[in-house]
Design a protein around this ligand. Structure first.
Ligand code: SAH
Length: 387
């Protein structure tokens, strides 16, 4: 089997800490089908090992920078074990969290989330798919789950010429799993929920809002009420709104499971709801705004910024004096700098004096590697209305 040989440009990228090598930076393609291949620089010097995806624009993803290493079952076991160990501190607070965050954990294109006794994985490249057996074996050994589900229905799989499907890789996985996060119970839907069944990346921010929430609270884009449930423990009353009826139905069930009776679930478009509330002169003491990614591509940033600004501007105007707003964006294409700029511009137009109390990033189980911008997407801010 011959090694993949990469161009000087590809080598510079790798040296700068990025694992991706694009098709245009490959000087000699390996002859084997998708899987693990040795990589050498343009002079033929070995530089490590990568996952090889012959059909993809991202043709190589570096997994090991020591050419003397051997990528066998033991290698996968050690590398996956390291990612699992990193999450030990979360285990005491929650039984749903991300075990493997792809490139952020040095395991490009591999996602694995834990929901109590079950795991949900995503194998997002052809090179990785070829290594499925040792990956599943390592997960079994480190986590001993009752079942492993592959949510391989993500659109990026088509770019790898891989089928989009949801299938069991081991044992059995229920349609609904009750999990606990800082004492709050909620149902995850691994087979058909968003992402791998829940939004695990907001755990630390939910803990933050649950510490500061009070009075009348509003959770926009609530999904199954994850923020609303946490708000409800400290606020007097909570309005939880989402455009999806099935998500709200699960939200109601979640409220019941937690014995919370102070949450109102409302099916509404957040833009309309906020506009109407503003007209009606409503005021809230605590607001959460956690919209879906408005910018799905670089070219969509301008439109997305208008959406983010609109929603944040209205939320700011609805704050009671001293009120708090937690706002987030999960658009990878919207940088942290643009996010803050958008908030500044919304604050300027809101006619309110808004204080930036805290800027938030990703939690420990979603490591954002500075050399790999693609590992970071979630930004948040806690704001306060001064008067
Ligand atoms: N805050 C949630 C995640 C929100 S995901 C959590 O922490 O779990 C974004 C949610 O926004 C989805 O549930 C989606 O149904 C909802 N949504 C999308 N467009 C909307 C709109 N215009 N108005 C209200 N909700 C919307």
């Amino acid at each position: 089997m011959n090694a993949a040989r990469i161009s000087p440009k590809g080598l510079r990228r790798v040296a700068a800490g990025h694992p991706w090598i694009f098709r245009s930076d490959i000087e000699r393609r390996p002859t084997r089908e998708a899987g693990v291949v040795a990589v050498e620089d343009f002079r033929g010097k070995p530089i490590g090992w990568a996952l090889w995806s012959p059909a993809s624009e991202i043709s190589l993803r570096m997994i090991e920078r020591d050419p003397r290493s051997i990528i066998d079952a033991e290698w996968w076991d050690t590398t996956i074990g390291r990612a699992v160990a990193r999450r030990a501190v979360i285990r005491e607070r929650a039984n749903a969290y991300r075990l493997i965050h792809g490139e952020g954990d040095g395991l490009p294109s591999l996602i694995c989330d834990r929901y109590d006794r079950w795991l949900v994985v995503q194998l997002l490249s052809a090179g990785l798919e070829a290594e499925r057996a040792p990956i599943v074996a390592a997960l079994q050994r480190h986590c001993a789950p009752d079942g492993i589900l592959a949510r391989n229905d993500a659109a990026v799989r088509t770019r790898e010429r891989l089928p989009r499907e949801t299938s069991l890789l081991a044992g059995d996985v229920p349609r609904e799993i009750e999990v606990v996060e800082d004492g709050v119970r909620f149902i995850a839907a691994p087979w058909d929920g968003q992402k791998t069944g829940a939004f695990l990346d907001q755990r630390e921010n939910r803990a933050l809002v649950s510490r500061v929430a009070r009075g009348r609270a509003l959770d926009c884009f609530s999904y199954h009420g994850s923020f609303a449930l946490h708000l409800a423990r400290s606020a007097l009353s909570v309005t939880s709104l989402d455009i999806s009826a099935p998500a709200l139905e699960r939200g109601r069930e979640n409220a019941r499971r937690n014995g919370l009776t102070n949450i109102d679930f409302i099916e509404a478009d957040a833009f309309d709801f906020l506009r109407d509330a503003e007209r009606a002169g409503e005021r809230y003491d605590t607001i959460v705004v956690d919209p879906p990614a408005f910018a799905k591509s670089r070219s969509a940033i301008a439109g997305a910024l208008r959406g983010y600004k609109d929603i944040n501007l209205r939320a700011m105007r609805l704050l009671a004096p001293g009120g708090l707003l937690f706002t987030a964006s999960c658009s990878f294409h919207l940088s942290r700098a643009l996010f803050v700029e958008m908030l500044e511009s919304a604050a300027a137009d809101s006619g309110r004096r808004i204080v930036l109390r805290e800027i938030r990033g990703q939690p420990l189980d979603h490591p954002e590697l500075l050399t790999v911008p693609e590992t970071g997407y979630l930004k948040g801010a806690l704001l306060e209305a001064m008067d």
